[in-house]
Ligand binder design. Structure first.
Ligand code: CTP
Ligand code: MG
Length: 227
């Protein structure tokens, strides 16, 4: 796969996880009807299990929003991305294939055209991974798994930080940047394993995006530190 399609597919694929992780910050703000997920309890080492930065509102709001993003991806994938891709398919291939299959009639030709536009062979011929359909038009359940996995990964990241005696909010690269990606990928694996290129793109680019976003937030005065 070329690098550009790999990057586009990678970010489309992981979008619910990014949305869940980002929106947890928005939903988690404030203490009204909000409780920390560990209810303020300590672990056996007498330190907080997760800390005050992991709340019920953050988790529920993040997962709900991420799942909604997944649903919007399904609609836009089916309505826009897949039709666009099939309209860009090399026409010579379809003609040859229709010929091989003995389809002389134009109707049969279009039927084959429509049908193939959603098969693995179609994506391979377009230079994309065979399972691209599941990325372009993911199921809503997949959106849920990516969102939920992202926030479980984030939670495990906090659990590790507390065991290392790092207080809430202490910058801990690359754990802070990668915990939610790894969580999202692991939960995604339950129903879908993305191509290796996509996993590599995400693990390499996410820390860079995270850092860039933080520097912008710092320059805009939204964050106290540029990391
Ligand atoms: N947040 C939340 N619930 C979650 C995840 C995040 O309420 N499940 C909110 C919290 O307000 C948190 C903010 O999003 O402070 C930023 O999240 P993050 O950077 O992951 O948490 P930190 O405050 O840095 O805490 P930690 O040291 O545990 O990572
Ligand atoms: Mg943090």
């Amino acid at each position: 796969m070329d690098i550009l399609p790999a990057i586009v597919l990678a970010f489309w694929f992981i979008l619910p996880a990014y949305a869940a992780n980002g929106l947890a910050v928005v939903f988690g703000k404030g203490s009204r009807l909000n409780k920390p997920l560990d209810f303020g309890h300590n672990f056996i080492d007498k330190r907080r299990i997760f800390g005050d930065g992991k709340t019920f509102r953050g988790l529920i709001g993040g997962v709900a929003f991420g799942t909604l993003i997944g649903a919007l991806q399904l609609i836009s994938g089916e309505q826009i991305a897949l039709p666009w891709l099939s309209s860009n398919a090399p026409i010579g291939f379809w003609v040859t294939l229709a010929y091989i299959l003995g389809a002389s009639q134009i109707t049969l030709y279009f039927l084959i055209y429509q049908w193939l536009a959603s098969t693995p062979l179609f994506f391979i011929l377009m230079g994309l991974p065979a399972n691209s359909r599941a990325i372009l038009a993911p199921s809503i359940f997949h959106g849920f798994l990516l969102s939920f996995g992202a926030l479980i990964g984030d939670l495990i990241g906090s659990f590790i930080k507390r065991r290392l005696n790092l207080e809430r909010g202490h910058p801990t690269p690359p754990l802070d940047q990668l915990d939610f990606i790894v969580g999202a990928l692991v939960f995604s694996f339950i129903i879908f394993i993305p191509p290796l290129e996509i996993i590599i793109v995400l693990l390499v680019l996410t820390p860079m995006i995270h850092l860039t976003a933080n520097i912008i937030g710092y320059k805009l005065g939204l964050k106290k530190e540029p990391w």
